[in-house]
Design a protein. Sequence first.
Length: 311
Amino acid sequence: MLVSIVIPCYNSENSIRQVVDLTLAEFERLPGYECEFVLVDDCSPDGTYAEIRRLAEEHPSVHGITLMRNFGQHNGIMCGLNHARGDLVMGMDDDLQTHPSQIPALIRKMEEGYDVVYGVYRQSANGPIKNFTSWLNRVTAQKLLERPRDIETSNFWLITRAVRDQVIQYRNYNPYVEALFGRMTNRIGNVTIEHHAREQGSSNYTLGKLAKLWLSYFNYTVLPLRMVSCIGVISAAAGFLYAIFVLVRRIVVPDVPAGWSSIICILLFFFGLILLTLGIIGEYVGNLVLPANGTPQFIVRETTDEAGEES
């Protein structure tokens, strides 16, 4: 059985060779399985793609792709999925945090009959900010995407060919692969693995990139719009009841002074609510306009071999 290892690469010139070598060593100890690599260079400013080319020359199982500009991690994964040819497809990072030594655990779990398997970290090796954003993503997914509470996601996953075939049909410019996997099947499993510390460099996710990733949830749910509608109804009802209260009080106590401060507070609250509502609607409008304008998920500049042709 062929397992395609999809790895989005960015500034990984000093780590990608070790990832490939350790992964090949793991598969040599896995009877009945072989692997190929689909290494997607997300327009790295260092020599990442040059190192991928050298790996492709040394190992026939390594297929390299470089993109014309930096599209982001999940766009790079979508590019890799489009070029993966395996019976199973595995997603890994390029920095050895998703360590190749944990691959057998994911494969054994997949053999139980799942369509998607996530490696769940026993203890995270990330910093406090990354751990907080991971927690926020998990809670958001549970609330907006109705993901079961007993299912956790990570960057270390394994999917079947059938799931891959459905996911690559999604052409929106701002994909989020974990949300797409959840759309395809409910046969999702978790397996506990070790999370290794980063051996080279630091995280390439800036605060802006993390915010963009979080906003991608808007592509997969209309719940925020429904929440805004509920808030609008509640606010209108509260305003109506308050107006009745003010009218009654004015009749009962004619000389009560008008409250300038309370009026300003109410105006600020409702204007802020209106701007928040417009911002949420704007996200949805943007998610309609950009795909309609043909904004691409990714653009391939060069490939190392025939892996450049879509499966």
